[in-house]
Design a protein around this ligand. Sequence first.
Ligand code: ATP
Length: 277
Amino acid sequence: MTTAVATSTGTAAVTPRSNGPSGPAVWVRGVRREFAGRQVLAGVDLDIAAGEFVALLGRSGSGKSTLLRILAGLDTDATGKAIVPERGAVVFQDPRLLPWARVLDNVVLGLRARDARAQATAALAEVGLAGKERAWPATLSGGEAQRAALARALVRSPGLLLLDEPFGALDALTRIRMHSLLRDLCRRHRPAVLLVTHDVDEAILLADRVAVLTDGRLSLDEPVRLGDVRTRANPEFAALRARLLAELGVADDEAEQVDTEQQDGSGRGDIERVEGR
Ligand SMILES: Nc1ncnc2c1ncn2[C@@H]1O[C@H](COP(=O)(O)OP(=O)(O)OP(=O)(O)O)[C@@H](O)[C@H]1O
């Protein structure tokens, strides 16, 4: 998928993209989008290198999903310039599995390779769903359904994985498992990733870089320097977390409240399911 977003002068902007290993997977300059006269994106610049994992944070309504949809080619009314790789794949918060198709058929759908079913079976095994090939989507837990959505994305060997709050609807324990799965999958497949999330901890634990969208632009864009210790115990974790929360306009006492709610589950409603894995 190569997305060329129209420039402000109305001409398509196709900028040649380097296909070398160090070429960017995403190259965005001056992207703007308004809805009914309200400027949601007001000139976003963003680069994502091949194989790089970028998390995008921002207050509710700041335009994170809008930017992701533009990169996915799902919103073609923006202006500015955006170049993305040949193959992009999107995973949303809602797994969007077709209810009338079995899990394997959901993953196979649209694949043209002769061994598509074998590839889909392997992808399901990779996300921990071996044995669920013939299951109906309605019989899957929330975490399992999201694993199937990840398999459907990865089987297409995307150069760019666009993740829009993929774990937002999952309970805390399933979310931890999904973080670990996503880390493993990224290590093996090395796609560039743009992860839209509300969860500051998730962003720091998973990403190589974290960006914050404020008033239609990236107000902060910094590398995550946690080295090999990707845990909350790393002092760098707390320092970056504090910077990000400040950028998001969350005061320290409010952040503590969020921590407490996440630990006792009171901020997320019932913990319904834990995957059997
Ligand atoms: N198709 C649309 N028509 C009109 N307004 C829209 C449309 N899509 C998005 N918006 C508006 O654009 C703004 C940004 O929406 P967007 O979904 O990108 O924000 P977000 O940062 O992803 O929010 P959240 O974190 O709450 O999901 C919101 O005010 C939203 O109402």
